[in-house]
Design a protein around this ligand. Structure first.
Ligand SMILES: *[C@@H]1O[C@H](CO)[C@@H](O)[C@H](O)[C@H]1NC(C)=O
Ligand SMILES: *[C@@H]1O[C@H](CO)[C@@H](O)[C@H](O)[C@H]1NC(C)=O
Ligand SMILES: *[C@@H]1O[C@H](CO)[C@@H](O)[C@H](O)[C@H]1NC(C)=O
Ligand SMILES: *[C@@H]1O[C@H](CO)[C@@H](O)[C@H](O)[C@H]1NC(C)=O
Ligand SMILES: *[C@@H]1O[C@H](CO)[C@@H](O)[C@H](O)[C@H]1NC(C)=O
Length: 331
């Protein structure tokens, strides 16, 4: 009797140790990690990323309209983005349809980039005028309902120069406040040292040199045109760095699509899904502890998916094996 009580309590202890280890090895601060949703994959491919047990917490899709299908996207916080000036009044009125869980607003996508490459190609002075007129009033600092970002440029010197001109135009229009900002948003494509250098430059520009303390989001991020293996090495260096970097609040890898659906510029090495719609090695690393390449969740609405079941049974099997070992030792 005593020995079986002892065995039971040891079993429970071992279970709780296993649980602790499992939660520590899954991404250290996965609350920063999110989804840049392109919508180029089969709808059910997204379920593994949006299920209730997914470590990912938020998503955006370069628009102010949330994803309607798969409905499991409701499990994640939606972050609206106003991509350009083309349908500004419609975009602004759509913002009032969003739930109160949408607390942040991203603005103009790569205004220093060409429209053919996904950029919005807006001059700094046009962007400043629209920002002051239409975006600034939405900031909580002006009584609006959002925390707002400045436009997210490309992670290049021309991006930084665009931001400098934008700031000059902003202050020409409003001498006391310029264009109010609640958080920084940026993109980066390249290797880890260059990424660390870019984030450092932007932090110096916005924070160190202004005695400010703005959080930063990296809303597009990848190593383009490299093999899947080289990209995984870069990702494995980058994610712990971003998780540990205080001023980085959120980031999203580019991207969640099947390898064959990647654009020619990034190449297929960045894809989080293989051509069957299952996690690639890179996808498994992005999801963190317990997820493996080849897993998928081809079920509806973020109920417990195949991958979750596999993780639970793997956890259970190792817990049982451990408990059996403990029993053998104490009996
Ligand atoms: C300047 O911007 C601030 C904050 O956005 C606003 O309260 C103020 O009214 C603006 N001033 C002018 C002259 O537009
Ligand atoms: C920050 O300020 C220093 C000193 O004025 C300047 O040399 C540097 O270029 C600034 N950094 C950025 C990124 O603008
Ligand atoms: C923006 O311009 C204002 C006015 O010239 C200046 O005080 C401020 O330092 C600039 N901000 C940045 C981030 O460079
Ligand atoms: C994780 O990041 C979030 C968002 O930046 C932050 O609020 C939280 O304190 C961080 N947690 C840890 C354990 O660092
Ligand atoms: C990257 O990290 C994952 C765990 O998150 C690991 O399974 C994988 O082997 C690592 N890959 C490389 C190339 O280091």
């Amino acid at each position: 009797m005593l020995s079986s009580i002892l065995a039971l309590s040891t079993f429970l202890l071992v279970l709780s140790i296993i649980n602790n280890v499992a939660s520590q090895t899954s991404s250290p601060n996965s609350s920063k990690r999110g989804i840049a949703y392109l919508g180029t994959s089969t709808a059910q491919d997204y379920n593994i990323f949006t299920s209730k047990s997914s470590p990912l917490k938020w998503y955006y899709n370069w628009s102010p309209y949330p994803v309607g299908n798969p409905r499991s996207f409701r499990n994640l916080e939606f972050v609206p983005l106003i991509h350009n000036l083309d349908s500004l009044s419609n975009d602004l009125s759509q913002l009032s349809n969003l739930p109160s869980t949408s607390t942040h607003l991203l603005t103009f996508n790569e205004p220093d980039g060409s429209t053919s490459g996904g950029g919005s190609n807006i001059s700094p002075s046009d962007a400043a005028a629209a920002y002051i007129h239409s975006i600034a009033p939405l900031s909580r600092s002006n009584g609006g309902k959002f925390l707002i970002s400045h436009p997210s440029t490309t992670g290049t010197l021309s991006g930084l120069n665009w931001l400098r001109s934008f700031n000059t135009s902003c202050y020409a229009l409003n001498r006391t406040h310029g264009c109010p900002i609640d958080f920084i948003a940026t993109h980066f494509y390249g290797d880890f040292p260059a990424l660390a250098s870019w984030l450092g430059t932007l932090n110096e520009y916005y924070n160190t040199n202004q005695s400010a303390n703005l959080p930063m989001w990296v809303t597009e991020l990848a190593l383009p045109q490299q093999s899947a293996a080289a990209t995984e090495v870069m990702m494995n260096t980058t994610l712990p760095f971003l998780d540990g970097l205080n001023y980085v609040e959120r980031y999203a890898w580019f991207g969640i699509f099947r390898e064959g659906n990647a654009n020619g510029w990034t190449g297929g090495g960045v894809a989080l899904l293989d051509n069957q719609g299952d996690l690639s090695e890179l996808g498994a690393s992005y999801m963190g502890g317990g997820y493996r390449a080849g897993m998928s969740a081809q079920n509806e609405d973020g109920a417990v998916g195949a991958a979750d079941k596999m993780r639970m049974s793997t956890g259970l099997i190792s817990a049982m094996a451990m408990a059996r070992l403990v029993m053998e030792l104490i009996m």
